[in-house]
Write a protein that binds this ligand. Sequence first.
Ligand SMILES: *[C@@H]1O[C@H](CO)[C@@H](O)[C@H](O)[C@H]1NC(C)=O
Ligand SMILES: *[C@@H]1O[C@H](CO)[C@@H](O)[C@H](O)[C@H]1NC(C)=O
Ligand SMILES: *[C@@H]1O[C@H](CO)[C@@H](O)[C@H](O)[C@H]1NC(C)=O
Ligand SMILES: *[C@@H]1O[C@H](CO)[C@@H](O)[C@H](O)[C@H]1NC(C)=O
Ligand SMILES: *[C@@H]1O[C@H](CO)[C@@H](O)[C@H](O)[C@H]1NC(C)=O
Length: 461
Amino acid sequence: MDLLLFVLLLVAPAHSWLSLEDWGSGNVEGSVGEFGQCVCNVFLPDTSFPADRMEYMQITSNQLSVNVKLQINKISSLKVQLDVLLSSLSNLTARVEILESGPDKYIKLDFELLRIELREFEVLVTQLKASLNSSSPAFESLYTEIRNMSLIVDQLENYDRSNLEVIRIEFAKLQRKLEKCQDDQDDFSNAEIGTCKHGGILRIGKPIINQLNADLSASYKYGGWGKDSKPLPGSENMYWYSGYSDTLVSRITQYSDYYNLIMRQAFRTHELYVYNRYDWRGTGNNYVVRENTLYYQYRSPFAMGKFNMTSATPTYKVIPKASAQFSYHYSANQNLDFAADESGLWITYVTEESNGTLVLGKINEQSFEIKEVWQTSVFKQSVTNAFMICGVLYVTRSVDTETEEIFYTYDTNKNKESYVSIPFEKFQDFYVYLDYNPTDQRIYMFNNGYYVYYNIKFKVV
Ligand SMILES: *[C@@H]1O[C@H](CO)[C@@H](O)[C@H](O)[C@H]1NC(C)=O
Ligand SMILES: *[C@@H]1O[C@H](CO)[C@@H](O)[C@H](O)[C@H]1NC(C)=O
Ligand SMILES: *[C@@H]1O[C@H](CO)[C@@H](O)[C@H](O)[C@H]1NC(C)=O
Ligand SMILES: *[C@@H]1O[C@H](CO)[C@@H](O)[C@H](O)[C@H]1NC(C)=O
Ligand SMILES: *[C@@H]1O[C@H](CO)[C@@H](O)[C@H](O)[C@H]1NC(C)=O
């Protein structure tokens, strides 16, 4: 897919459809959205359009058509994934340099690949259009762009090196503009990272959809993704992903940085199950990664599990009173939910005595034991998920297929519970994983197989 991006960017300087031209440095303000997020008027087919997703769209009819529409809306509302663009840009720049210096046969090869990608993409858009019965202008223009790009690839092939130099300079300009836009987006959180000098969540930004999971499988609806909540030195940029077609947790994959996550180039995959050798599998997808260790619900025995990805060793500890009967609303087997925040590692679950209401525990990471518990008054079965920020438990429920709501908080600093209403938008209805990460103050969601995250606006105190 980055070949495709390559073409788009090559075309950018010559054609105004990529309205980056308009982003004079004074103009960036104008493209900042409702919550201060960067709204970039770039129409760019990217990795959110892989062919497998096409397949998925065609398989089922009605429900899928709704999902697809939702997805297309996201895409055609032109909320471009700056992160993806940025990481691709540096790769693309490097590739143009290679083109510049490389022997002709490599250039030819690259253009041939570009053509193939474009053709595939053309087919894809045609199919998408047909399956949606959509006459959206965004589609029409996308279609035209692809046709145009094919022409331009042909022309480019005959260009000489000086033209490539021009393109390289345009890349550099683009990159600076995107970085500026990126900075604006990153300014979204209004609290200093690592501190708790805020009054909790004021609101949650729009879902930022990265892409389909690394297994490229729309049936992998059960999973999670994110960053280490307390990274070891040198692993600050690391991302992890785990996914499967049912609630079993049998594998976790690590990526050195965001670029490699998007490119699906893992540096390590840990199998938690090898037939006839060992079975360290978990279940429920409510894990967190911390100090390069996966904390998860161990399947057998039912316990808190801990898989140290540095030493590749598992341990577990049974919580004597925890019940395996109560799960969250969307999925089975979500009995133990781990969370990490500025103050450490947490777990929520239900006990026999709590009559189905959530219990929150603080974990001592050294001894891997629950050292303190708080009893909440929310019934787990109405809950869709929960996460922690600065010692405050945030509990969510589903409002409708497009909306989720934080409806309850428990502040362990004040031993105070509150019923609240902080709605936020979902990309797709179903999700199994929702966790805050204190290192970037984002909320990560695994949303029906897609990587999604949210920025947060905090209350000022
Ligand atoms: C860019 O990414 C591609 C595909 O992921 C990779 O094969 C290639 O080596 C990268 N190019 C550079 C110059 O980093
Ligand atoms: C597409 O939409 C048009 C107008 O709404 C309708 O007349 C046509 O039958 C639809 N076609 C398909 C294949 O659903
Ligand atoms: C596509 O190319 C045609 C012919 O070269 C041109 O008229 C048109 O403006 C281009 N479309 C876009 C959206 O760039
Ligand atoms: C993981 O294992 C490494 C190597 O044995 C050890 O140094 C580290 O403390 C362990 N991490 C956790 C969180 O237990
Ligand atoms: C659960 O129900 C029992 C019996 O009705 C009651 O004594 C107990 O206080 C309840 N526990 C909680 C946490 O509500």
